[in-house]
Write a protein that binds this ligand. Structure first.
Ligand SMILES: Nc1nc2c(ncn2[C@@H]2O[C@H](COP(=O)(O)OP(=O)(O)O)[C@@H](O)[C@H]2O)c(=O)[nH]1
Ligand SMILES: Nc1ncnc2c1ncn2[C@@H]1O[C@H](COP(=O)(O)OP(=O)(O)O)[C@@H](O)[C@H]1O
Length: 218
């Protein structure tokens, strides 16, 4: 009988979604990991950020980022259209509010690929709704190799990203989980376990209180 209750229409949609925030130094693999997690969990929603940086080959407007000029970005900060925004590597990056709020209210979980500044801002605005995961590379040498293999940035840009890596890593202990992205499948499996365990947390299922009350009155 309990199974019927748990999966039946009475309780469906009663869980508020949460924000799964991934941060890492550039090149540690958070974009690749989040894309694979989305493929495995089509019910997850990706927060597509706005940015003033130029698209990389193959990146699509509206899918990877909303690419825009600095003037348009600044106007959106002024009209309060971002949940949070930050300057990273000389460019602006921001999280548009609308799609995130809509998804959370529908009880869908949203995944974010944002830096430590964005993770801090989200955690301050909604501490109960944010789960933070920091992705580490196995070594700085491998991080540099990955940035070169990705072959989407000039040597100068890669050096800039390497110079910022330690500053990003310094924030590792502000995160709920740390995953070392050595073997890709193992890192993905860990991320998937985090997602599924977080979905089961009691605090995300306020309906259980009513369920227990009814159970105690049987
Ligand atoms: N605060 C904040 N950071 C963002 C946002 N979108 C992307 N970032 C971060 O900006 C940094 C640079 O991103 P990108 O140029 O795509 O390079 P990547 O590090 O190789 O993914 C990364 O640390 C991203 O996590 C955002 O909306 N807000
Ligand atoms: N576990 C891994 N082992 C080897 N290469 C990886 C691994 N994870 C990601 N990569 C590769 O490293 C590069 C950087 O990954 P990406 O997801 O773009 O990083 P980020 O979004 O953190 O900057 C990509 O070419 C990606 O295919």
């Amino acid at each position: 009988m309990h199974g019927d209750h748990l999966s039946g229409p009475v309780f469906r949609g009663q869980r508020r979604g949460f924000m799964l925030v991934l941060s890492s130094p550039s090149g540690a693999g958070k974009t690749t990991l989040s894309k694979r997690l989305l493929t495995q969990n089509p019910d997850l929603v990706l927060s597509v950020s706005a940015t003033t940086r130029a698209p990389r080959p193959g990146e699509k407007h509206g899918e990877d980022y909303y690419f825009m000029e600095q003037g348009e970005f600044i106007a959106k900060t002024k009209s309060n259209e971002f949940y949070e925004w930050a300057k990273v590597f000389d460019h602006y990056y921001g999280t548009p509010k609308g799609p995130v709020e809509e998804a959370l209210e529908e009880g869908r979980d949203v995944i974010f690929d944002i830096d430590w500044q964005g993770a801090q801002a989200l955690a301050e605005s909604a501490p109960q709704d944010v789960v933070r995961v920091f992705i580490l590379p196995p070594s700085l040498k491998l991080l540099r190799d990955r940035l070169h293999k990705r072959a989407q940035d000039s040597d100068e840009v890669i050096e800039g990203r390497m110079n910022r890596a330690k500053a990003e890593i310094e924030h590792w202990n502000e995160y709920d989980y740390v995953v070392i992205n050595d073997d890709f499948s193992r890192a993905l499996e860990k991320l998937s376990q985090i997602l599924h365990a977080e979905r089961l947390k009691r605090s995300r299922h306020p309906w259980i209180e009513g369920f227990v009350d009814a159970l105690m009155e049987e």
